[in-house]
Design a protein around this ligand. Structure first.
Ligand code: HMG
Ligand code: MG
Length: 288
């Protein structure tokens, strides 16, 4: 199989980290352009308290306004039962819950310890599954934490096992601050492989230091076949001013196609979609 799954997370992870609040119409145009470019999985928004992420406070309106393309999975990130209810009311195809492998990030990002967040997520995952939607489980800080520093691969494996035990459909491993190198990706997967096959995981790379494509190459060699990316690397990193955000989708797609993999995505069309949404808030396009 030479096919790689890419989840486009620009509308959620990208736009949540831009200072500007993008108008609903521009978000809708962005999501529709991504689907037209061949993105078959799009994380559209999140349902978190607006005081935490005002950039995505309009998630319900965006989801309700999109002209949906059959076969495309439209998902939303949810932190708790209230968020899940909001997402389900908008007819999402899938939801993503999120926990962290580091205490510092867990407390800062979700106002709870690792244990508290797992306890909070258990009923959310159950309710999502009862409603018939797929559940992705993100684990953040699988390489390093902006507060706690490097994270031990064994801790990532333990948290991965706990998230999988809660019943998620797929584990998404997040290098939240783009600290990964091919070597640290190797070490992390060496531990995680004891609880789940790398081929059953998703790798979510931020490209803070320009190392993400090297990490992708190593992950492919380890059997990983699913990645997240964001059009034009939208998002930046709050902990690294001026850095790009998630790995740019068009860069990932071009690198994969050059290596003989299929993605079903038109890299140029994704780059145009990203450039257009950037223009809506006056930001230039980072090279992708
Ligand atoms: P909290 O403040 O402890 O929550 O946040 P709370 O239960 O005390 O509620 C506070 C207020 O928010 C209350 O309203 C609630 O009603 C309301 P008030 O009484 O003050 O008027 N509220 C809500 N409103 C709307 N939607 C909801 C909701 N829930 C409560 N769903 C909580 C705890 C977990 C909710 C919060 O910490 C949170 O949502 N954090 C998420 C922050 C976030 O979105 N971070 C970015 C996403 S994660 C990420 O980017 C990483 C990832 O990309 C992977 C990677 O890179 O590693 C996925
Ligand atoms: Mg992220």
């Amino acid at each position: 199989m030479k096919r790689i799954r890419i989840t486009e997370v620009g509308p959620r992870d990208g736009l949540q980290n831009e200072k500007a609040i993008v108008p609903v119409a521009a978000k809708v145009t962005f999501v529709e352009a991504l689907a037209a470019a061949g993105c078959s999985e799009i994380e559209v928004t999140s349902f978190v308290p607006p005081k935490w992420v005002p950039q995505l406070a309009d998630g319900a309106e965006v989801l309700r306004s999109i002209r949906r393309v059959p076969g495309v999975t439209y998902s939303a990130l949810v932190p708790n039962e209230r968020g899940l209810e909001g997402a389900l009311a908008c007819g999402v195809d899938a939801v993503a819950v999120f926990a962290a492998a580091s205490e510092g990030f867990s407390r800062r990002n979700t106002n709870g310890s690792i244990d508290e967040v797992f306890a909070r997520l258990a009923p959310v995952i159950q309710a999502a599954k009862a409603a018939g939607v797929r559940v992705r489980g993100y684990l953040s800080c699988v390489i390093a934490c902006p507060f706690d520093g490097p994270i031990a691969p064994a801790a990532v494996a333990t948290c991965s096992a706990r998230l999988l035990d809660l019943g998620i459909d797929e584990l998404d491993l997040g290098d939240t601050i783009g600290a990964g190198t091919p070597e640290s990706i190797d070490a992390m997967y060496a531990a995680v492989a004891a609880v789940v096959e790398p081929s059953a995981t998703v790798l979510h790379l931020h490209d803070t230091r320009g190392a993400a494509l090297g990490c992708v190459e190593r992950a492919l060699a380890l059997g990983v076949r699913a990645f997240d990316a964001s059009a034009t690397g939208l998002g930046g990193c709050p902990y690294a001013p001026g850095a790009p955000g998630n790995l740019a989708t068009e860069s990932l797609v071009r690198a994969l196609h050059a290596a003989g993999w299929e993605t079903g995505i038109d890299a140029d069309a994704v780059a145009r979609a990203g450039a257009r949404v950037r223009a809506s808030f006056g930001a230039g396009t980072t090279p992708g």
